[in-house]
Design a protein around this ligand. Sequence first.
Ligand SMILES: Nc1ncnc2c1ncn2[C@@H]1O[C@H](COP(=O)(O)OP(=O)(O)OP(=O)(O)O)[C@@H](O)[C@H]1O
Ligand SMILES: [Mg+2]
Length: 247
Amino acid sequence: MMLSVERVSAGYGRSSVLRDVSIDVPEGSIATLLGPNGAGKTTLLRVIAGSVKPRSGRVLFEDEEITGTAPEKSVRLGIAHVPEGRGVFPGMTVRENLMMGLFAKREGRRAMGEAMASVADLFPVLVDRPNQLAGTLSGGEQQMLAIARGLLTKPRLLMIDELSLGLAPIVVQRLLAALKEIQASGVTILLVEQFARLVLGMADVAFVLEHGSLAFAGTSQQLIDNPSVLHGAYLAGRKALQEVTTP
Ligand SMILES: Nc1ncnc2c1ncn2[C@@H]1O[C@H](COP(=O)(O)OP(=O)(O)OP(=O)(O)O)[C@@H](O)[C@H]1O
Ligand SMILES: [Mg+2]
């Protein structure tokens, strides 16, 4: 397994958010973590990235235990985390934002040329506008920038929180196509999403969190074939089942 979360419980202060959550993400897969608002999806990514320490349970990355490893170190181990809200620095240029990825991996400016070349294939728009302030990019371009910055840390596992948030469907489709290419280059991907419809078609495995507990783990197809889980755990009150079954 690229990543195993074993019986993790975690929370903030006195509140408990995750209860006994276990997931396995196979190497080379695209995995998606679904669930309603407040289910604990972001918290689980934070536990994996090391910014939230679990109260119990373990996290294994490439079969090594990394539970509680600090975020700077987990980046160097090969885990890139594109956080909710993307985390780009709006007052910095595209180039400067990308440089943060290199610094996170402790690579200097000299690696920049090569890095820009690697970004150019996936997201040419970023390379065309290195001096544009990130805050003036469109939402989709900011998401590209956040992903590119993560890729510059040369991850083995790329985690993206809410890929589609606030983006038009056509933009999301382009991002998903880029993720397919990233997967093909050997990177395992863990994608948090609100909209199952967008990702189930391309994900290999899926997990559903509900109130901090795992409500489903299996292949994407098994989840598509399991409308009661989709409906009850995830889509109640949301745009919905028909979007999953009739894209
Ligand atoms: N830094 C924090 N301090 C205290 N409570 C928090 C913090 N971050 C999240 N929470 C709480 O933890 C619970 C789970 O939040 P989390 O962000 O993990 O859910 P989520 O599934 O990512 O939700 P969303 O779909 O809205 O992003 C929520 O009740 C939230 O209010
Ligand atoms: Mg979240």
